[in-house]
Design a protein around this ligand. Structure first.
Ligand code: WQD
Length: 337
């Protein structure tokens, strides 16, 4: 199929593009490059050995989205475009609601006009808010205890998509709730390239291992976990990309929801130790106070995706650290900009 990847130049997008190409799909990328760069698309092209249709633009520009549909005639859309920094969303709520919600509304309008009704949406474990139970399943409560506008935008978009699907049985929509994406393609040519100080743990640890950061600040060690530090479900981004491929192949009328995670909780200190194992150096860290808005533990049961999509995460946290370290070592300053 011809698949439009909005936000396809980003961290998850580039790795998903590889998976789609490997499965024989044609990939089209629309990205405003607010959190990526054209070099990332070039790197994807060099890995897959063929050009990728790339449009530089904002999904909120409905006329632009229309022109992409006219020129590329996609069969399905994987909607990844959106702002995703939790802390930034607390400081800039209107920007997050504007970008994430209006980009989606603009895209859905054009999809309806073009009679394209196959959609995969990049949702997030944040919609579960304060976990009702662990491991989290798709039946667990959502929309309670969400602590940031970023998470609320994902929750609201899920609601919008469910209401839309109720209006027309032609819609085939899949919500993929990502847990914590980490790692990089084995080539080291693409990876996570946060601008400025990384918000997320893995890129921060990678930069500390490379000496770009003096030490890792561990946000609290007084949680009820294996070693007191926060536990998360870290999923290798290549497995995550493959999850999108499986979701595209299993689209059905209405709205389906899947957790994409490993089902294994890993603590902050365990991540640091795993990274030390692959980089061969000691990574300095300091225990500090908890980060506001953090939950102690978040990990999922991936059983539904395994049973219905035939998908299961294959890579471990050690694989993710190894691939992150290769990306960091080959690209100490990220993509050339
Ligand atoms: C992981 C753990 C921190 C940084 C968020 C979003 C999620 C997704 C990933 C977009 C926590 C601890 C972190 C650091 C630390 N975003 N930590 N020192 O908050 O679980 O998830 O980012 O797709 O939707 O909610 O990820 O990597 O920020 O934190 O101790 O410098 O590492 O407290 O326990 P999080 P994270």
């Amino acid at each position: 199929m011809r698949i439009l990847l909005t936000g396809g130049a980003g961290y998850v997008g580039t790795h998903t593009a590889l998976g789609l190409d490997a499965a024989g799909h044609d990939v089209i990328i629309l990205d405003d490059l607010s959190n990526s760069c054209a070099a990332a698309v070039s790197r994807v092209e060099s890995i897959i050995g063929k050009p990728v249709s790339f449009y530089h633009g904002d999904c909120r520009d409905t006329d632009l989205v229309r022109s992409v549909f006219v020129h590329e005639n996609p069969d399905a859309v994987i909607h990844l475009a959106g702002l995703k920094a939790v802390g930034e969303s607390v400081a800039q709520p209107l920007r997050y609601y504007d970008v994430n919600i209006n980009a989606t509304l603009s895209l859905l309008t054009v999809m309806g006009e073009a009679d394209v009704h196959k959609l995969i949406f990049s949702s997030s474990a944040t919609v579960y808010g304060e976990p009702e139970a662990l491991p989290l399943t798709e039946e667990n409560r959502v929309g309670v205890g969400i602590s940031n506008p970023y998470g609320w935008t994902k929750f609201m978009i899920e609601r919008i998509l469910m209401d839309l699907a109720d209006t027309d049985p032609a819609w085939q929509i899949c919500l993929l709730r990502y847990f914590n994406p980490v790692g990089a393609h084995e080539s080291g040519l693409i990876g996570e390239d946060p601008q400025g100080i990384p918000n997320n743990l893995m890129p921060f640890v990678a930069q500390a291992a490379a000496g770009r950061r003096a030490k890792v600040l561990v946000f609290g060690n007084d949680y009820d976990t294996v070693d007191g530090t926060g536990e998360r479900d870290y999923i290798h981004v290549m497995d995550l990309g493959r999850g999108h491929v499986q979701a595209v192949d299993h689209l059905t009328p209405g709205v389906s929801v899947y957790n994409l995670g490993t089902g294994q909780p890993t603590s902050v200190l365990e991540v640091i130790r795993a990274f030390e194992q692959v980089c061969g150096t000691t990574i300095p860290f300091e225990i500090t106070s908890r980060r506001p808005g953090d939950v102690a533990v978040s990990y999922c049961s991936p059983a539904k995706a395994e049973q219905e999509l035939g998908w299961i995460a294959e890579r471990t946290i050690l694989d993710a650290c190894k691939d992150s370290w290769k990306w960091q070592s080959m690209n100490p300053d990220g993509y050339p900009r």
